[in-house]
Design a binder for this molecule. Structure first.
Ligand SMILES: C[S@@+](CC[C@H](N)C(=O)[O-])C[C@H]1O[C@@H](n2cnc3c(N)ncnc32)[C@H](O)[C@@H]1O
Length: 287
């Protein structure tokens, strides 16, 4: 049996009782550590779970999944995913490959950023499509997020923006020379995300959002040092020091808001007067 085990959002203790039982009994335990990270290191997980863990990088999961699935028709294999195995990251390829090989698959769900984000104070029912933001390069600025945000905002919905993670990436030079030397990991911050969003609005000029649009920066959701900072997109460009270390996500508010959301989120505002003024003019009771 292949078990997809969700590890939750923060540390080693977020695994469910059911997930821990699977991990303890499985023949082999893998950790998918390239689409999200826990706030603790591998050794801490191994000592709490009482099992050695093989870190499965993107190459292994995408190009060498047969090694993960080896003998899984006879023995149990645990494939651990930070958050929920089907929250934002869907390991569909692995599941389809397992099916082809006649291996049964079972999922042990857990909290995902897609649900944990409710702690920022906005109602999960009022979120539209989730989008991803990647690090821009000089000649590569993917902006497909813009049209999705446009759709969400056209019906007043909030948008959760998930931010790029770069782990085990090679520089172009090392790749060209075939050298397996990897760059240090990089995690996008709310400041970079807000900046890139404003650059794309500047380019497209469709007025989907702007420097005065309200948003929430969210850091280490579900952890002991969880932090939310709310403000305009312009204010959030400079909020990284307030938010602290990764992981970060950003929520762009839609106009379909409730007074209770206002009261909840206002507490996190960089500048409460600014927040109240814009909320009253642009969001309160608007569609
Ligand atoms: C591919 S998604 C996460 C998928 C994961 N399987 C889940 O269910 O949460 C990874 C992105 O989600 C966001 N994220 C994940 N955990 C987070 C946390 N605890 N706090 C803030 N953002 C988080 C970050 O933007 C991160 O780059």
């Amino acid at each position: 049996m292949l078990y997809l085990v969700g590890l939750g959002l923060s540390d080693e203790t977020d695994i469910t009782v059911k997930g821990l039982e699977v991990v303890k009994k499985a023949e082999r335990v893998y950790l998918e550590a390239y689409t999200s990270i826990l706030l603790v290191d591998q050794a801490t997980l191994e000592s709490y779970y009482g099992r050695p863990i093989v870190v499965a990088d993107r190459e292994m999961v995408e190009s060498n999944s047969d090694e993960i699935l080896r003998d899984a028709d006879k023995v149990d294999v645990a494939f651990c995913v930070v958050g929920d195995p089907f929250g934002a990251t869907t390991h569909t390829d692995l599941v389809l490959r397992a099916r082809e090989l006649g291996i049964q698959v079972r999922t042990v769900p857990n909290a995902s950023i897609m649900s944990g984000i409710g702690a920022a104070g906005l109602q999960l029912y009022n979120f539209g499509q989730t989008v991803s933001m990647v690090f821009f390069l000089d000649n590569w600025r993917p902006a497909s997020f813009y049209d999705r945000i446009k759709e969400n905002r056209s019906i007043g919905l909030h948008t959760l923006v998930l931010l790029d993670i770069k782990v085990k990436e090679q520089s172009l030079e090392n790749m060209a020379r075939g050298r397996k030397i990897y760059e240090p990991p990089r995690y996008m911050t709310v400041g970079t995300c807000a900046q890139q969003m404003l650059e794309i609005e500047e380019e497209k000029q469709e007025g989907v959002y702007g420097p005065e649009s309200l948003a929430i920066g969210c850091a280490r959701v579900g952890g002991k040092t969880e932090k939310f900072v709310s403000g305009t997109l312009k204010e959030l460009c400079d909020a990284d020091d307030l938010l602290g270390p990764p992981l970060h996500s950003l929520i762009l508010l839609g106009r379909r808001t409730h007074e209770l959301e206002h009261d909840f989120v206002r507490e996190f505002a960089v500048n409460k007067e600014n927040w109240d003024r814009i909320w009253k003019a642009e969001y309160c009771g608007k569609q």
